[in-house]
Design a protein around this ligand. Structure first.
Ligand code: HSE
Length: 396
């Protein structure tokens, strides 16, 4: 029997408990058992008392009770927020327990420290659920693609905003209504600003880029974080006319011995897997210099898909508690500033535009859209200086 503790019984923690209970027999076989449950939730840290529920017997408000229990080998952190989640994770690792998390804020901020602590204590810090919900993308990057130099990652990394964009585009739904719906379904963050303004996607692209480029990348290093609130329906229509869908993307690309990293709305060619990804689904394209392009697709948020990734990490921690190689924080200047980031731009304008700027599309209201070639953002902005820009997005 393997004793675990779950910190936080919210949307994801509740899903973890459900997966462990409902799939107990299948999990037992995968751990070499005969079908009898092998994973026991020995403690749950939560402020509620869960009267009349199975959890009543194991719930505690005292983290020390968990960290001091020598029978607990894996601590599952599904609390959300940076603190006290980080402190608890560090203490658990330092006391020789593996930690499994879905908390992208903690991984993005303190992943370097926690991986180091895991290595020192010969346990693991696993965080598959922190990016892409139920989609396996972190383990493939760390393990299956490790022979490659990853040259580019581009993906829809936030289910809530993709859900909002889809419903607004295809069903003409109002922003506030769709956001409420996404909250009710357990997709959105406690403070949905993190979804809508791109903070969540930024944490996720920095986590992926960190693995890809072998350096911890703080979110502050990224060139740009833009959310979906600036997307105008005129641009969705203009993009559609030119054969593109508008998606909020996290993009990280190798540029020489540096990298470009950003989150912003992008025009994506219709017909590609990324453009076809709708609702709460996420899709992450990874290009490796040997394997070429791979696309990982699936449910990017929600209780059970995310719990699927968490519980798989718990099983992994039980099977093979070997630490991942820690990463040092990236040196200053490793991530290019926006001015130097090579991008393709889409702009909408009422001014007259020359075809020298790029592909010009005539819009029904008399305005024009221009799609440029790829060049450093600063150079493109200089070329476009003479025209009044009504909207600007990037093109994948
Ligand atoms: N709020 C996040 C999303 C949850 O919508 O993608 C999963 O990380």
């Amino acid at each position: 029997m393997f004793n675990i503790a779950i910190l936080g019984m919210g949307v994801v923690g509740g899903g973890v408990y459900e997966v462990i209970k409902n799939n107990a027999s299948a999990i037992s076989h995968k751990l070499g058992g005969n079908g009898e449950p092998l994973i026991n939730v020995a403690h749950v840290l939560d402020l509620r008392s869960f009267e009349g529920h199975d959890l009543e017997k194991v719930v505690t408000k005292d983290f020390d009770k968990i960290v001091n229990d020598p029978t607990v080998s894996v601590v599952v952190e599904t609390m959300g927020g940076a603190q006290p989640a980080f402190d608890f994770s560090l203490k658990a690792l330092e006391s020789g327990k593996s930690v499994v998390t879905s908390n992208k804020e903690v991984v993005a901020k303190y992943g370097d420290v926690l991986l180091e602590a895991a290595k020192k204590n010969n346990v693991c810090y696993l965080y598959e659920a922190s990016v892409g919900g139920g989609i396996p993308v972190i383990a493939p990057l760390i393990n299956c693609l490790t022979a490659n130099k990853v040259t580019k990652i581009a993906g829809i990394l936030n289910g809530t905003t993709n859900y909002i964009l889809t419903k607004m585009l295809y069903e003409g739904a109002a922003f506030e209504d769709v956001l409420k719906d996404a909250q009710a379904k357990g997709y959105a963050e406690k403070d949905p600003t993190a979804d809508v303004e791109g903070f969540d996607a930024l944490r996720k692209i920095c986590i992926l880029a960190g693995i890809a480029f072998g350096k911890h990348i703080p979110t502050e290093a990224a060139a740009l974080r833009r959310g979906i609130t600036g997307i105008d329906s005129a641009d969705i229509a203009a993009a559609a006319k030119a054969g593109y869908a508008v998606k909020l993307l996290g993009v990280a690309e190798q540029v020489g011995d540096k990298a470009s990293i950003m989150v912003a709305p992008h025009l994506v060619k219709q017909g590609t897997q990324i453009a076809s990804t709708v609702d709460v689904f996420n899709a992450v394209s990874v290009t490796g210099n040997m394997v070429d392009e791979l696309v990982f697709y699936g449910r990017g948020a929600g209780s059970l898909p995310t719990a699927s990734a968490v519980v798989s990490d718990i099983i992994q921690a039980i099977r093979c508690p070997v630490a991942e190689t820690p990463r040092k924080c990236c040196e200053e200047g490793f991530v290019l500033p926006l001015e130097e980031t090579p991008v393709k731009l889409y702009v909408r304008t009422a001014s007259a535009v020359s075809a020298e700027l790029g592909t010009v599309i005539d819009l029904e209201n008399g305005e024009k859209a221009v799609i440029t070639e790829k060049a450093p953002y600063g150079e493109l902005k200089k070329k476009l200086a003479g025209i009044e820009i009504k909207a600007e997005h990037f093109v994948l």
